[in-house]
Design a protein around this ligand. Structure first.
Ligand SMILES: [Fe+2]
Length: 164
């Protein structure tokens, strides 16, 4: 599923970014927000429940990562508003529109790290796709924002996998 935003509902504003492009970009950012929200919760799941010899390092690492994700959730959500659209809300909305699956059963520390390593990369790959939309719309700020997020997610993935 993907976020749906109608361009008719967007705020009127004078911008070189066309209204239809702002709507399209807001939809992509809605999906990026959903994926980031689910990843945030999954990172906390590991932070809370990891056990074993890797506990201290993984517990600390995931704390830094979920704090970074929380900050980025706000940045993405407010960019949607700056583009003139309403930000999608509701946990069920996020689960439905996320590129990664919500998860309840996790397994051991190794399985947790493997899953989060893959999830971070999956969200980065989704955002890489959205950078193209931003560039096509001359939305340089969103392209920049998403590019920075890709770097953070790929770094997070590497740090998680280095514990394996
Ligand atoms: Fe904590």
């Amino acid at each position: 599923m993907t976020t749906t935003i109608k361009s008719a509902e967007l705020r009127e504003m004078k911008s070189d970014i066309k209204k239809t492009d702002r709507a399209k970009m807001a939809e992509k950012l809605g999906d990026a927000l959903a994926s980031t929200y689910v990843l945030y919760q999954k990172t906390q799941s590991v932070h809370w429940n990891v056990t074993g010899p890797l506990f201290v390092s993984v517990h600390k690492l995931t704390e830094a990562q979920y704090e970074d994700l929380a900050a980025s959730i706000d940045t993405i959500a407010e960019r949607i508003r700056a583009l003139g659209a309403k930000t999608p809300v509701g946990l069920s909305t996020y689960v439905k529109n996320s590129v990664i699956d919500d998860q309840v059963d996790w397994g051991d520390a190794k399985a947790m790290l493997k899953q989060l390593t893959e999830d971070n990369l999956a969200v980065a790959d989704q955002m890489r796709e959205f950078v193209k939309t931003a560039e096509d719309a001359d939305d340089v700020f969103t392209a920049d924002l998403l590019t920075a997020r890709i770097g953070a997610l790929e770094e997070a993935s590497w740090m998680l996998s280095a514990n394996l």
